[in-house]
Design a protein around this ligand. Structure first.
Ligand code: KG4
Ligand code: ZN
Length: 338
């Protein structure tokens, strides 16, 4: 039988990425990060779309080269339709449409949030593939959702955040500590050296499957202001303990919600996905949950946690198998539901 090659393209936020997948296994996954945003403390949309336009051709070329194929071997092109920043999405969408038209092969539109979850279906020697139904906690810079996954494309959001996303909670806390964007990975790094019980922050009072992180940010702000008044070097002297305490609070909130969803649905197959699932504390606590709560947990490979095109390519492959193609007049959509 012939092999199926799919090119995936991701450009929803500030990473330009291209990946080639063959029959569900990744041959390449090239990611160009945009350094330009760090100095502004967040992603600047105008700069992001310009950087995508600069990066898209070299990134795609590199992905094809690393996969050892040329465009004539591609069976379809998958791209991120949304959700994300409009100007960023338009670059990947227009590029994918033109290339598919030039090569006269099918075009496949992909929902970025579904793709984070479907990264669990990438074929890999070490892959542990979740059975249906499973529950996925999708945690990224823009979203925080508990999703019941009944089938590859039958997903149901059981609960989500009523304000900030978890990634934002990490990044905004990091900003208060004077750390550059994105601060999530830095909090993770410093937390390893600190005491998670050094400072206590209260958890929000919201519905069983709902999240809220804006109160935590305010609590951290007031806490720091009070401490800095007494000791201007408070952050510098206690950075590790502060990071560990913030991370501990956030991870406790996430685990509470997972316990609630297991209680409510009876489903014990628990996956995590999205940029924040790179967090070492979340990964470690979920591994423990296998023993303590008798759950089966699915933790994505590190490179498939933050934004990447491999997850777009695998989603494209799964849609290709069902002949689900996009119309030629398909457009990018900034807001798109799972
Ligand atoms: O999925 P993603 O790459 O982009 C979105 O779709 O939003 O997620 C990015 C988010 C950022 O907020 C970043 O700080 C966070 O994931 N993140 C982390 C870690 N690595 C990335 N947060 C905590 N710990 C980490 N190790
Ligand atoms: Zn993402």
């Amino acid at each position: 039988t012939n092999k199926i090659y799919i090119l995936g393209i991701e450009s929803s936020c500030d990473d330009t990425s291209a990946s080639v997948i063959c029959d569900g296994a990744i041959l390449s996954n090239v990611i160009a990060n945009q350094e330009v945003h760090a100095q502004y403390g967040g992603v600047v949309p105008e700069l992001a779309s310009r950087a995508h336009q600069q990066n898209i051709v070299p990134v795609v070329q590199q992905a094809l080269e690393q996969a050892g194929i040329d465009t004539s071997q591609l069976n379809a092109i998958a791209f991120t339709k949304g959700p994300g920043l409009m100007g960023s999405l338009l670059v990947g969408t227009s590029f994918a449409k033109s290339l598919a038209m030039g090569l006269q092969i099918p075009l496949i539109d992909v929902n970025h949030m579904q793709a984070h979850i479907l990264a669990h279906f990438i074929k890999d020697e070490s892959a542990k593939i979740p059975p249906f139904p499973f529950v996925c906690l999708t945690i990224s810079g823009g979203h925080t959702q508990i999703v019941r996954v009944n089938d590859h494309f039958k997903m149901e959001v059981l609960g989500e955040t009523i304000d900030d996303a978890v990634g934002e909670a990490f990044d905004k806390s990091a900003k208060l500590l004077g750390l550059p964007y994105p601060g999530g990975p830095l909090i993770d790094k410093y937390a390893k050296l600190g005491n998670p019980k050094a400072y206590a922050f209260t958890k929000p009072k919201v519905g069983k499957l709902e999240f809220s992180f804006s109160g935590l940010k305010t609590a951290i702000l007031y806490f720091l202001q009070k401490q800095l008044k007494e000791n201007p070097d408070f952050i510098k002297e206690n950075l590790h303990d502060i990071c560990a305490s913030i991370q501990y609070t956030i991870v406790e909130i996430l685990l509470d919600k997972l316990k609630n969803v297991v209680k409510e649905t009876g489903i014990k197959h628990i996956a995590i996905a999205g940029g924040v699932s790179a967090n070492s504390e979340i990964r470690a606590r979920l591994e423990h949950a296998e023993k303590y709560f008798n759950w089966t947990t699915y933790i994505p490979k590190f490179e498939y946690t933050t934004d990447n095109a491999a997850m777009i390519a695998i989603t494209g492959y799964l849609k290709y198998l069902k002949n689900e193609y996009a119309d030629e007049n398909v457009t990018a959509t900034a807001r798109l539901k799972v």
